[in-house]
Design a binder for this molecule. Structure first.
Ligand code: DHB
Ligand code: FE
Length: 283
């Protein structure tokens, strides 16, 4: 790990993730009907009450919870907490009707409007970017088999130390973040480097929960993508590498067998082939 990364903190990545959420996602949350808010809030509270009664939760435990919830806010870790322990179920429900590609959680580190690189190119990276070079080829089609020329593939991922640009300090703004546009045959070719497994920040509220519960903080190495084409549902997914220690016990429960890559060794690093099948929008 380089010296510059030693200053990466939970409060740093947490507050960036909180600001990102506020600027990108808040527009979509207004207008939930009163009846629905009442139903969902009541059921969640009833589940909490049930746990308290079943396990005879004490005042000491109640106050530990209060103090922990306060610290989640203070370290800006609500996006991290929710995306690790809750989002995977929301994603399952939102995409259960799909016939095309499986998706998975977005996580807290997506940034829109990454630099556009055409159909073939490299993601922006440092001159001495560490990590095994990856050349990834693929094609975007519709569930009916139609080739989706002009489909957009947005890619973002951690570096070979497990850090994301714009959320850990000292990394160029768009490092390992880019958008590609599929050619007339729906094809693209991306050059990047293999990311490292990602560790949930251990010095904040999420880290405290993990250590207090005796869990581990790891997500397996993954490439994040958003794939979009006019008239089709947006696909948000992550791709994983076989053999990772945490493919079977991802802290964020976001691994699916359909999202596993099959890298092949090449003269310069590794090659992967993975394409996407998008579902037409439902009318
Ligand atoms: C979190 C981080 C990720 O990189 C990811 O893919 C999912 C969740 C998190 O820290 O919450
Ligand atoms: Fe991630």
């Amino acid at each position: 790990m380089t010296a510059i990364h030693e200053t990466a903190t939970a409060a740093g990545s947490g507050s960036h993730a909180t600001e990102r959420f506020k600027s990108d996602k808040l527009a979509g949350v207004a207008g939930t009907p009163k009846e629905r808010v009442s139903l969902l809030a009541r059921e969640v509270l009833e589940a909490v009450h049930g746990t308290i009664r079943r396990h005879k939760v004490t005042y000491a435990e109640y106050n530990a919870l209060k103090s922990w919830l306060i610290s989640v806010g203070e370290t800006g870790e609500w996006p991290l907490f929710l995306d690790v322990w809750v989002e995977h179920v929301v994603e399952d429900v939102a995409t259960e009707h799909r016939e095309g590609n499986k998706g998975t959680i977005e996580g807290p580190y997506y940034v829109p409007d990454a630099p556009e690189q055409g159909a073939r190119g490299s993601v922006p990276m440092r001159a001495d970017e560490p990590g095994t070079p990856l050349t990834w080829t693929g094609q975007v089609t519709s569930t009916g088999g139609t080739v989706l020329a002009g489909a957009k593939v947005e890619l973002w991922h951690a570096d070979a130390d497990g850090f994301y640009s714009q959320f850990a300090p000292g990394i160029p703004e768009w490092n390992l973040r880019a958008a590609f546009t599929a050619d007339a045959d729906g094809k693209f070719e991306i050059r990047t480097v293999r990311p490292a497994p990602y560790q949930i920040p251990t010095d904040g509220a999420c880290g405290n929960l993990i250590s207090a519960a005796g869990w581990h903080p790891w997500r397996p190495a993954h490439l994040h993508v958003k794939v979009s084409a006019p008239g089709h549902e947006l696909l948000t997914a992550q791709l994983y590498f076989p053999g990772d220690d945490h493919n079977d016990d991802d802290i964020a429960s976001a691994v699916k067998p359909e999202l596993m890559l099959s890298p092949r060794r090449a003269a310069d690093g590794e090659t992967i082939e993975y394409g996407f099948v998008l579902d037409p929008e439902r009318s």
